[in-house]
Design a binder for this molecule. Structure first.
Ligand code: C5P
Length: 309
């Protein structure tokens, strides 16, 4: 064990799925995926400090919609799981500063879980080996391992089995943030319902070779041509107004746009930083979204930015 700190703050990124290929539902209710994750520069911060008992607070946009009950809050569950592994009490006060949209399809809850694991591991000096941390991440949720690792990765299984992917340079993104969220299980259910209604039998999900090449080469035009999200039709079915957001981004000059994960955030790829700023300004002015943010990806995974006694 290392020497425990008194306060630890971890920064953890949002993600966009540049490809989300979804197979049929499995016996356990999850879907096999070919999930190409890219971490992007919108971050939550998780701060851990000693306390008599586990408690969570949350601030920032949408924080009223984050459950603070330790049974339901993913960051609190992460602390409980890590403490149990080491046979200690989860005596910690967690504070989450949110910037990642809540229930927005950008893995905000997963980010908070990964951030809490790293913050508590540092606070408690438990020095959990990385493979053990990744196992805890997978227990907490399909996207949590990627939130810890960041960068770019292919997720197989339900998204938790990661292989890192090479990326050249940085891609420029704009995220159109929506009012309110979408429930991930509801979007997967809608995807299954629409496929059943249309008699569609999805093939085994596989990553698109040209998309992996585009990431490796840092080729934004090639990436734009290969972006794909099998959940997009379902997200649009549950939130038809997203069609106007996607159209607005295209009109504003984005190379391509898609729903981010299970939505309702929409993601637009831009040629460069200037183009991204223009697309973001047009989206903000157009009124089809609550706000628009320009940023880049890949971004680093969960990172300790402050640790002091
Ligand atoms: O793993 P996580 O808790 O983030 O998943 C939330 C929900 O999303 C699951 O309960 C399931 O309904 C759906 N899901 C899925 N297949 C996946 C990942 C998530 O059906 N691969």
């Amino acid at each position: 064990m290392g020497s425990p700190a008194q306060v630890v703050t971890v920064r953890v990124p949002a993600k966009v799925n540049v490809q989300l290929a979804v197979g049929p539902p499995r016996a356990d209710g999850f879907h096999d995926l070919a999930n190409v994750f890219l971490a992007v520069g919108i971050h939550d911060h998780v701060t851990a400090a000693p306390a008599d008992a586990l408690a969570v607070t949350c601030a920032g946009p949408g924080s009223d919609d984050v459950p603070l009950d330790p049974e339901a809050n993913l960051a609190a569950r992460a602390a409980t799981l890590l403490a149990a592994l080491h046979g200690i009490e989860p005596a910690v006060r967690l504070h989450i500063d949110k910037d990642i949209p809540v229930a927005g399809g950008m893995a905000g809850g997963s980010a908070d879980a990964a951030g809490a694991l790293l913050a508590c591991d540092t606070l408690w000096g438990t020095a959990t080996p990385r493979p053990e941390l990744l196992k805890l991440c997978a227990e907490l949720g399909s996207d949590v391992p990627f939130s810890l690792v960041g960068g770019a990765a292919l997720g197989r299984g339900r998204g938790e089995l990661l292989t890192g992917l090479p990326v050249s340079g940085a891609f420029h993104w704009v995220f159109a943030l929506a009012e309110g969220g979408l429930s991930t299980p509801a979007v997967y259910r809608e995807c299954d319902r629409l496929r059943d209604a249309e008699g569609v039998h999805p093939p085994r999900p596989e990553p698109t070779p040209a998309l992996l090449d585009a990431l490796r080469d840092g080729d934004a035009h090639a990436l734009a041509a290969t972006l794909a999200n099998d959940l997009e039709t379902a997200a649009l079915s549950l939130r038809p107004s997203l069609a106007a957001t996607l159209a607005a981004g295209a009109e504003a000059g984005a190379l391509a746009g898609l729903v981010s994960g299970s939505g309702p955030t929409c993601a637009f790829l831009a040629e460069d930083a200037d183009a991204a700023a223009r697309v973001a300004a047009a989206l903000r002015a157009g009124g089809t979204c609550r706000d628009a943010r320009a940023t880049t990806g890949p971004a680093a995974g969960a990172t300790t930015i402050e640790s002091h006694a």
